[in-house]
Write a protein that binds this ligand. Structure first.
Ligand code: NAD
Ligand code: MLT
Length: 310
């Protein structure tokens, strides 16, 4: 059995795959789309993070392909429908990078509230701008969480420990379950109207794509600060830009973008927006967790026919 790893992998996962008798592993250095297209027909399994797109065309041209592994959460870079039609399994590692993504969200919220990236830049430029960077405390501010799954729940827990008031909206979570997390479940409109900070933690689906758009942004509390460490497509970036420019939205912290990397986005020029290049899962621990999980799942499936999603 041959396994192709397209986006690199933590050593812990590589060791599991290499130790499995009957499995050969190849780890080309950041292969491009054409290179992957040429290689994939020889492989039984492929493992990706978010960089590589596994399209219907690639799947159709890979007759041996039995399983596609996503070392992470979102499977929106894999054509799951085409894989299923071909009988190839798609596996991911839900939860394995949840703590990393939640902590990154909290880091972004604090950095946004206290202008840390802008103050760092200002000092690098030789200034000592004490007055320019007046911030806001998180204590008793209201955080609205859209999507109360694995990451949203951890964000809620950490925000509650900082004594924020936490609202949540998730059509698939009942208010009683939210209450167990210490979160007040509210309809979307109420969350928009009451949140001082608003953070997105849903997958990208037909229901959630551009969930923050001109109409919903207009219903947010004036001065709201918006965080997105989930998926770029959840926000209409042009609408966000307009609302930041007219001051209705007070700031934004973005880890994910409609197009990655963003090209010529006007958001990159705004002083009250801070960015990271899709770093939510980039902790040593999370990368070890996802690598261990996906490697074990792939070995179990290829060698023993066991199907698990960690
Ligand atoms: P999850 O499946 O555990 O939780 C998602 C939640 O969203 C679920 O509870 C679901 O009911 C809810 N949801 C679905 N539709 C909704 C809607 N219309 N309105 C409100 N809630 C809705 O997923 P997770 O592990 O918490 O991941 C959340 C997101 O974070 C995903 O998009 C994932 O791809 C992304 N992610 C990003 C990074 C990063 O590096 N930035 C890292 C890990 C995960
Ligand atoms: C995920 O969905 O797991 C993330 O986007 C993180 C990643 O791809 O590394």
């Amino acid at each position: 059995m041959k396994v192709l790893i397209c986006d690199g992998m933590h050593e812990v996962g590589l060791s599991i795959l290499r130790a499995a008798e009957g499995i050969d592993v190849d780890v080309p250095d950041q292969p491009g789309a054409e290179e992957i297209k040429a290689m994939l027909p020889d492989y039984d399994a492929v493992i990706v993070r978010s960089r590589t797109r596994i399209t219907a065309e690639l799947i159709e041209n890979a007759p041996r392909l039995k399983v596609i592994g996503r070392a992470g959460t979102g499977v929106d870079n894999i054509d799951v429908k085409a894989a299923s039609a071909r009988g190839a399994l798609v596996m991911n590692t839900p939860g394995a990078n949840a703590t990393a993504a939640a902590e990154h969200t909290i880091a972004m919220m604090l950095a946004l509230a206290r202008h840390i990236p802008q103050a760092t830049q200002s000092m690098r430029e030789g200034r000592w701008d004490k007055k320019r960077f007046m911030g806001t405390e998180l204590f008793h501010q209201t955080l609205g969480i859209i999507g109360l799954g694995k990451i949203g729940s951890i964000v809620a827990d950490r925000a509650l420990s900082m004594k924020m008031d936490v609202l949540g909206h998730d059509p698939y979570i009942i208010p009683e379950a939210a209450a167990i997390l210490g979160v007040e479940w509210v309809p979307l409109d109420e969350l928009l109207a009451r949140s001082d900070f608003l953070t997105l933690h849903t997958p990208s689906t037909s229901e959630t794509v551009r969930i923050l758009n001109r109409e919903t942004l207009a219903r947010t509390k004036p001065g709201v600060r918006i965080l997105n460490c989930a998926r770029g497509g959840l926000i209409d970036e042009q609408a966000l830009y307009e609302f930041l420019l007219n001051g209705h939205v007070g700031g934004a912290a973005l880890d994910v973008f409609e197009q990655e990397p963003p090209v010529d986005s006007p958001l990159l020029k705004l002083e009250n927006v801070i960015f990271t290049p899709h770093l939510g899962a980039s902790s040593y621990q999370a990368q070890a967790n996802v690598a261990r999980a996906i490697a074990t799942q792939i070995v179990d499936y290829l060698l023993y026919g066991i199907i698990r999603n960690a």
